[in-house]
Design a protein around this ligand. Structure first.
Ligand SMILES: [Fe+2]
Ligand SMILES: [Fe+2]
Length: 196
């Protein structure tokens, strides 16, 4: 597992819903959108990996992470990965992405089903954070560079539009959004992350 990109876990997220909208309205392409949506995930990962953060703090962070990752992964799979898989030379990147998303999905389901076993919950959340962190690093350091090289701007813009459509569709369809946790002395980080 690659080393984590160190970030202060108390740092405020840089991406809010309103910033996401602003960025969307300015137009853009898939590389820009994916990097933008990785940022809040990285912020949440830094809390999920933080050995000093308590379970009470990590619980709402995990729920937010789960919600954002599901939207991002779904939109990514159905826009960019589909295109990658349709090309012989890029197919493996798309398939690898699907496999890593499925790994994260499986872990999130396992975490959801844990009852009365805090150590296992904490361990699986940390592993999930490491798996997704590694996945994000690979996408940014390798896959997106290939996308820039192989797809022209028009293609990247079209994929980006589809990504945005799918992401927003899933966001709107979510019946149950993560709830605001009751404020406690050490839950300010979770509070600051709730409006991502
Ligand atoms: Fe991905
Ligand atoms: Fe991604």
């Amino acid at each position: 597992m690659k080393k984590a990109a160190k970030k202060k876990s108390s740092a405020k997220p840089t991406e809010s819903s309103s910033k996401r909208e602003a960025s969307k309205n300015e137009g853009g392409e898939i590389i820009e959108f994916i990097k933008r949506d990785h940022k809040p995930l990285k912020e949440l990962i830094s809390v999920m990996k933080d050995p000093k953060a308590k379970m009470a703090e990590k619980k709402p962070v995990f729920k937010k992470f789960q919600s954002l990752l599901l939207r991002h992964a779904h939109a990514e799979e159905q826009s960019l990965y589909i295109e990658l898989k349709s090309r012989k030379d890029l197919r493996l990147d798309g398939v690898e992405g699907d496999v890593e998303h499925a790994l994260a999905d499986g872990l999130m389901e396992e975490i959801d089903s844990i009852q009365n076993d805090n150590d296992t919950w904490m361990a699986k959340v940390k592993v999930l954070a490491e798996v997704v962190e590694h996945h994000i690093e690979e996408e940014e350091d390798d896959m997106l560079k290939k996308v820039r090289k192989e797809f022209d701007l028009q293609m990247r813009t079209e994929i980006g539009e589809e990504y945005e459509r799918l992401y927003d569709e899933l966001r709107r369809s979510e019946v149950e959004l993560p709830t605001k946790q009751s404020a406690s002395a050490d839950s300010h980080r979770a509070e600051s992350l709730r409006d991502l």
